[in-house]
Design a binder for this molecule. Structure first.
Ligand code: NAD
Length: 490
């Protein structure tokens, strides 16, 4: 087993190129979710600190060199950040496993390289952008310029802190904005490194700033701050609503990537040898703490028994253990509060009459993990797709198998949710795949796969899963103001 150094790290704000304490020296502690050991003491920002960081970002935008430097210089620096992330990949992946409780192997092979790619992709993509030109007969010529919006508030959740922050930071910086990053208070470790990484890459002071603290205080203060022009937020639907209200007075531009409750629809002609392992991943990756999780597994009744048997076996074979261990496939939940919330759904499922297929308990693990926030991979069967466990985003390792008979019924169940982030379809019938893909009201549909991303493609949610799209030119448009210039030619 590999261990990370047991030490309590000190995490500070990064303001105008320097790591600093809060103005009142207040701090809070962060624990390792696998052991409950304290791993970090983090500066807790006051409203005064938010004022200071927003002013630093504003000054860097209005008067600094970032916005006006040549595009290739700007993009070179962003690409350099990506290189440094790859150079420090093991260290960052270890921190992510320590802080979030996700398996190190997933962070090392998946999320951290993707974080580097997020930055490199948007730097490369920005350099290839053109604009529109509209000649008006012989008299006038219109052309467009895409200019940065200003100061961006980037507010991110705890489930993939580093990857999701760079997903916003890449297009934000490439478009010429400055940033105030607010990572989730439960998982600040990896994101706090972005300050020194930006500095080493030659990004001017004040362009990348990071501030820590509670969402209700720091997140609200960023949202209400007049120096902040836009908010790119990933997190829960409830917080999205609060941000929208709090940002109304300063008329902010918003992009929201919110919760999900995806239907993973398995038709009788599905290739189960592929569908089962991928559906297991979709259910239990990061302990089910994934917005795109396939947590409602809709199975055609003709294959229900064999699907349940195989899925149960695969869920029971998942190695649950220490996130730092190379063989671990599932770690703990992120925090005590979240653990209690997820565990409560076990009681709800019982009350709702769901049939437990496997799991539902605390796994037996090595002694050093006994106080970790672990739950077994849990699978229920429920006939009634309107039950709470089939409707609410549990955000843990609990999924429900729901039967259906016809395509129409599958579609009706899939769409009977307030969310619309994504959907998954398993069938070997091409026409059916297209029909269902068109019918499911969600932003991303995967057919015979899951979690495959092309960063050029739009990403975002229908209904209460979000507002706007990120990815490719969608991200750049969000982080830019389009300007039309009209020139008289005579
Ligand atoms: P959360 O909404 O509780 O917190 C997200 C961030 O918002 C944190 O940094 C938090 O401090 C901050 N925050 C909290 N209250 C705030 C307020 N009033 N004003 C401003 N900021 C505030 O979400 P979470 O529990 O960290 O993350 C889990 C949620 O994120 C799930 O619903 C999940 O589906 C969603 N998520 C969505 C995507 C996506 O791409 N759609 C990706 C990952 C996670």
């Amino acid at each position: 087993m590999t261990t990370v150094e047991v030490k309590v790290r000190r995490v500070l704000h990064f303001i105008n190129g320097k790591y600093e304490n809060s103005s009142d020296d207040q701090t809070f502690e962060v624990k390792n979710p696998a052991t409950q050991e304290v791993i970090a003491v983090v500066s807790e920002a006051t409203e005064e600190d938010v004022k200071k960081v927003s002013e630093a970002a504003r000054t860097a935008f209005d008067h600094g060199p970032w916005r006006t430097m040549s595009l290739s210089d700007r993009c070179d620096k962003i690409r350099r950040m990506a290189e440094i992330i790859l150079e420090r990949r093991e260290e960052i992946a270890r921190l992510e496993a320590l802080d979030v409780g996700k398996p190190y192997s997933h962070a090392f092979t998946g999320e951290i390289p993707r974080a580097a790619h997020n930055l490199k992709f948007f730097a490369d993509f920005m350099e290839k952008q053109g604009g529109e030109v509209y000649p008006m007969e012989e008299a006038f010529l219109n052309y467009t310029r895409y200019e940065p919006v200003g100061v961006a508030g980037l507010i991110t959740p705890w489930n993939a802190p580093f990857m999701l922050t760079t997903w916003k930071l890449g297009p934000c910086l490439a478009a010429g904005n400055t940033a105030v990053i607010k990572p989730a208070e439960m998982t600040p470790l990896s994101v706090s490194l972005l300050g020194e990484i930006a500095k080493e890459a030659g990004i001017p002071d004040g362009v990348v700033n990071i501030i820590h603290g509670k969402g209700s205080v720091v997140g609200t203060a960023i949202t209400e701050n007049k120096n902040v022009d836009l908010i790119s937020f990933t997190g829960s639907t409830t917080t999205g609503k609060a941000i929208m209200k709090n940002g109304a007075n300063t008329l902010k531009k918003f992009s929201f990537e919110l919760g999900g409750k995806a239907a993973n629809i398995i038709f009788e002609d599905a290739d189960l040898d592929k569908a089962i392992p991928v559906s297991i991943q979709a259910a239990f990756l990061n302990s089910g703490q994934v917005c795109l999780a396939g947590s409602r597994i809709l199975v055609q009744r003709t294959i229900l028994d064999s699907f349940i048997e195989k899925f149960k076996h695969a869920a029971e074979s998942l190695v649950v253990g220490d996130p730092q261990d190379a063989t671990t496939k599932m770690g703990p939940l992120v925090s005590e509060e979240h653990f209690n919330k997820v565990k409560h759904y076990l009681e709800i499922a019982k009350k709702e009459g769901a049939t437990l297929i496997t799991g539902g308990g605390i796994p037996v693990l090595a002694p050093h993990l006994e106080s970790g926030y672990y739950l077994e991979p849990t699978v229920y069967y429920h006939q009634d797709h309107t039950a709470r466990i089939c409707q609410e985003e549990i955000f843990g390792p609990i999924v429900t198998i729901i039967p259906f008979d016809t395509e129409e019924e599958a579609l009706a169940i899939a769409n009977d949710t307030e969310y619309g982030l994504n959907g998954v379809i398993w069938t070997e019938n091409l026409k059916r795949a297209h029909r269902i893909a068109h019918g499911v009201r969600a932003g991303t549909i995967w057919v015979n796969c899951w979690f495959v991303r092309d960063l050029r493609a739009p990403f975002g949610g229908f209904k209460k899963s979000g507002i706007g799209r990120e990815g490719g030119h969608h991200s750049l448009e969000f982080f830019s103001e389009a300007k039309n210039i009209c020139i008289a030619l005579n």
